[in-house]
Ligand binder design. Structure first.
Ligand code: HEM
Length: 247
């Protein structure tokens, strides 16, 4: 399926426009109260003392619940959506036969659900409704819209889980970091940025220069394969993809 992660302009620009509303910087700012409410609910359910399972009970369900809200998944579908999201993430992992078949079935079920919502042509709430509207006015094709929706589910989940886990790990291993963050909450953004720099949750994407370009003072010649390991901030940056393509 064509996805914006692997498309160049003009397809990339058009697809980026489809998600820019809820996932651009302003859209993410508007989401903050909902994200805080979800994080509050999840952390209230964690044990106050002793051991806790951070990844399973907080870092994984948090982005899934936020994505369900962004996409406009109905409350009644939330449980299925949790399972489908996990399967989308697991697609990239080595799987045994049983889990492999379950993941494939979930993936197909998710595609059917997304296609059904998109075909409703703008009914309901959230990103799926706006993708449905784009299908109606033929701004994009159904396979494109499915690719965009699936990529948002995959891209929104795993890196966020990994970043949250890395941040807590950093706090656990760096003496002094926890008291510093507790006494000055304005340091939290910098701590997260620094965590992303030190423990990138998305270790590497293959990119190939499609024209001569200078990267950090060094020339990267056209068609020479290069690797990017610099993660962006969580919000999608302004439109425009630069002179690279996947491959
Ligand atoms: C800390 C969390 C995250 C990290 C570290 C991260 C990292 C990345 C990286 C490295 C890329 C590829 C950039 C490139 O080389 O082209 C990317 C692209 C993307 N990510 Fe994230 N991501 C995070 C969270 C999210 C979330 C929460 C969402 C959506 C809800 C998301 C959606 C996307 C999308 C749609 C793209 C493709 C953008 C484009 O090509 O225009 N990401 N992300």
């Amino acid at each position: 399926m064509p996805t914006l992660l692997f498309e160049d302009d003009p397809a990339h620009r058009r697809q980026r426009g489809l998600v820019q509303g809820p996932l651009g910087a302003e859209g993410v700012r508007r989401l903050e109260p909902e994200i805080a409410a979800i994080a509050g609910r999840l952390s209230a359910a964690l044990p106050e003392r002793g051991e806790l399972e951070l990844v399973a009970d907080f870092a994984t369900p948090l982005p899934i619940a936020v994505l369900a809200h962004v996409l406009g998944i109905a409350d009644g579908d939330a449980e299925r959506f949790r399972r489908w999201s996990q399967s989308v993430v697991d697609l990239g992992a080595p799987l045994g036969e049983d889990r492999g078949v379950a993941v494939a079935e979930d993936y197909v079920a998710l595609q059917r659900h997304l296609a059904g919502r998109i075909r409703e042509g703008g009914a309901g709430e959230g990103l799926l409704a706006s993708l449905g509207a784009a299908a109606c006015d033929r701004t994009a094709t159904l396979p494109e819209l499915l690719g965009v929706a699936t990529q948002v589910i995959a891209a929104g989940n795993d890196p966020t889980t990994a970043a949250l886990a890395s941040l807590v790990h950093r706090i656990a291993i760096e003496p002094g970091l926890q008291p510093a963050l507790r006494s000055d909450r304005s340091l939290i953004d910098a701590a997260l940025d620094e965590t992303l720099r030190l423990d990138s949750p998305v270790a590497m994407f293959r990119r190939r220069a499609t024209r001569d370009v200078e990267l950090r003072g060094g020339a990267s010649r056209r068609a020479r394969r290069s690797r990017s390991s610099t993660p962006p901030r969580t919000a999608i940056p302004p439109s425009g993809t630069g002179p690279t393509s996947s491959g």
